[in-house]
Structures are given as C-alpha cells and as structure tokens.
Ligand binder design. Structure first.
Ligand code: ASP
Ligand code: MG
Length: 402
C-alpha cells in the first residue's frame, strides 16, 4: 500500500513528538508499505514567523513573506529525516520546489496546479520514506509560494490524489470528528464516518478539524480521508462519499462564536440595492453568511446579514461611507451573537428536523434571531451567551450522545 500521512504542527512540536511520529511511520514502513509523510511547521512556528516579519515591516511584500514562511515546514521535514536516521530507516526530505509542486502565482493564497511525482516514486521504489513540506509550492517564476493558513491538509490530499495513494491519514490533536465539541458537550460521540458534504458544512460553521479546500479536493478526486490523533491509538473518523444505507438524521452540532450581525435599515424598496451592498463587500473580500431581507413596508425595507467578527469593522466602515448610495436610513451592528448549526445528510429526506431543533431551543428559552438553511445544515443566530447551552440542548434533543 502507498500511505500518505499528514501531521499538524502540534504533532511535531518538540523532539519527543517528532520521535513519536517517526516511530508510528516506521511501524507501517516495516509492514512493507510505501510511506509519504507531509508535515506542518512545528507548533506555533508559522505564527512566530509572521510576528517576526511584522517586527521588520508591518506590511511585508507577499513574496518575501512566503519566502520566510516556507522555512517553517523545511525545519520540520529535515528534523524528521534525522529522526528516521537515528531509527535506522532510510528517508529523504523534500521541499515544495524539489518535488516540484507547481502552484498559481498568488503569494500567500496559491493553489496547487500540478505535482511532479517522478522523484517521489523513485525514492519510494528505493524503499525510502519520503517526507514532504506541507503548505508550499513553486509558481511559474520559480518562486516559493504558500497555500494559505492550514494549507498542509490540502498538500496531503493533493499528493494522495497525484500518487493514487491507498490511504490518506490526517493526524491532529483530536481523535476525529465529534457530534459536538467535547469541551462543550462532555458526552459527545466520535463519528465513525462523515460524508464530504457534511465535513464541508462542519468546517463552514467553525469546526476546524480539516482545511476546507482539502475536503473539496478530496471530494473532487475521491480521496478517502481518515482523521485521527497522533497521540492515541483510537480509531479516527473516515471522511468519504456518503454511502451509508441508513443516513443519520443529524450527525453533529457546532457553534461558531466568530460572528457578528449587521443590519442595514430602511433602504429603498427598489431593484439593485442588495446587489450594491453585497458587491461592495465581496469586492473587499468580506464573506457574508446568513442574509435576511424584510418584507417591504411602504417604500422601505431592511437587510440584515452576518460577517466574521474580524471583518466587522471594515464592513461597517464601507457601509457607512456608502450610506447614501445604498439609500440606508440607519446601519447597526451587534457583536454578542453566535451561530449554532446542526448538520446531517439525513435531513434531506426527513421533514421535521428544523422543528425539532427549534423546539429544543424554545424549551431552553433561547431566542432565535435569524435562521438559514442548506440542504444538509440548519443554522440559527442566537445570543453568544446562550451558545454553549444551545449546543448541549440540541445535542440532547437529537440523542447524539452515546
Ligand atoms: N504551518 C501552516 C500554518 O500554520 C500550514 C499548516 O499548518 O497547515 O498555517
Ligand atoms: Mg491544521
């Protein structure tokens, strides 16, 4: 078998953890498998490198920032190769240029275009473990690029697809995907499997287990993923095409506290206003989530929507500057809100799921401010202080615990 194993920063944070990872890889190597290891930078290295850059230049050239950030992953792979050397197992470390992993030119947000596999194949044929830097590649100018924060997951999936790997294992510091955050719901249950679409919805509401782009890519190329912990032997969660006969009604509940609500009040009830508002935000790379437009009264209506908390200030500034153009009488915002979502592929064929969620919230006396749905997700906006209680209440209502 050819196995791609990706380890995040916390899994290689120090000497002891590096050896722990190395030993786990050697176990599979000694069974005769071909092993490709993808690593993130150690611990919080990427954060520290960014802070260092800002000490010199608060607004560093993007090319040079990438030049700096790619060093984090190179440290990890070189040290890992040394650990294998100590263990007496042949290995080789390669960076994004050596592989080569070709990307688009956008520094800091590059997308993988094509991966050359000859070098990797040759090394594997020679029974070496191949250790590859996550999160980076090389653009058409032969400059180093990075894929955006958390991008190592995407590197691993892309390699698994390019090499037609038999398995792609993503090791993190949690044991898999849970029905809810175990810190909020102590009896939350680990899911044996979730579909790609469910995983994408989990990620979109703030459950940060996998990089979103990695799941999109896994879905596109049919790469089955296993999410598991590098620190335990517990079985992880398999992420794959949803093929279960009996789909679970609801797979999990998640809360996203990184959200704020903006209300644009009393805009003219005429064509083009929503376009102007959301086009302006989109042009400034501000993502908008739940949107509600009121029924027009006389010649006016209100439009409310949510944005990530860190986009709030900029969004309010843009809206205020353009208040006349968007014909708003008033613009308000609220920060103390949270989104709580239920996710489940089984919702598609089961009416009454929304009612059950709303009943649970009602019985806990939690007020719903906004509602949004997708085919397999229902999200409510509520007061932030109610968020944890809401997650527990809804988790109970759908009997998701063991
Ligand atoms: N080291 C990079 C980051 O911290 C990439 C990754 O960890 O996936 O964002
Ligand atoms: Mg990560």
């Amino acid at each position: 078998m050819l196995i791609v194993k990706k380890f995040g920063g916390s899994s290689v944070a120090d000497r002891e953890r590096i050896f722990n990872v190395a030993k786990r890889c050697v176990e599979d190597y000694q069974k005769g498998h071909q092993i490709v290891v993808v690593l993130s930078a150690m611990g919080k290295t990427t954060d520290h490198l960014i802070a260092k850059a800002h000490e010199i230049d608060p607004n560093p050239p993007k090319r040079e920032l990438d030049m700096l950030l790619v060093t984090g992953e190179q440290v990890s792979v070189a040290l890992m190769a040394m650990a294998f050397h100590v263990l007496g197992v042949p290995s080789v470390s390669l960076n994004g240029a050596q592989v080569a992993m070709r990307t688009t030119s956008a520094y800091g947000a590059a997308k993988l275009k094509r991966i050359q596999t000859e070098r990797i194949r040759n090394e594997l044929e020679n029974r070496r473990i191949v250790i590859i830097t996550g999160f980076q590649g090389m653009n058409k100018y032969e400059d180093m690029t990075t894929l955006g924060r958390g991008g190592s997951d995407t590197t691993a999936v892309a390699l698994a697809a390019a090499l037609h790997a038999d398995s792609c294992e993503i090791y993190t510091d949690v044991e898999g995907v849970y029905t809810a955050d175990p810190r909020i719901v102590p009896n939350a249950k680990k899911l044996p499997e979730v579909s790609y679409d469910e995983m994408l919805e989990f990620a979109s509401v703030g459950a940060k287990v996998l990089h979103n782009r990695s799941v999109e890519m896994a879905k596109k190329y049919g790469v089955q993923l296993i999410v598991l912990s590098s620190l335990s032997r517990a079985e992880g969660t398999v992420v794959k095409e949803g093929t279960r006969m009996e789909r679970m009604l609801v797979s999990g509940v998640a809360a996203d506290k990184n959200t704020a609500r903006i209300s644009v009040i009393g805009v003219k009830n005429e064509p083009g206003i929503a376009f102007k508002i959301f086009n302006m935000l989109a042009r400034n790379h501000i993502n908008v989530d739940i949107i509600i437009q009121s029924v027009g009264r006389e010649d006016r209506k209100d439009i409310s929507f949510t944005v990530a908390k860190n986009d709030l200030q900029e969004a309010m500034m843009l809206l205020n500057e353009n208040q006349a153009a968007i014909t708003a009488q008033n613009i308000t915002c609220e920060e103390g809100v949270a989104k709580v979502s239920i996710i489940g592929a089984g919702m598609l064929s089961n009416p009454g799921v929304a009612a059950k969620m709303f009943e649970a919230l009602y019985s806990a006396n939690i007020n719903i401010k906004m509602i949004a749905t997708s085919e397999i997700r229902i999200t409510v906006l509520i007061d932030e202080e109610d968020a944890n209680r809401a997650v527990r209440t809804v988790h109970d209502a759908f009997e998701l615990a063991d």
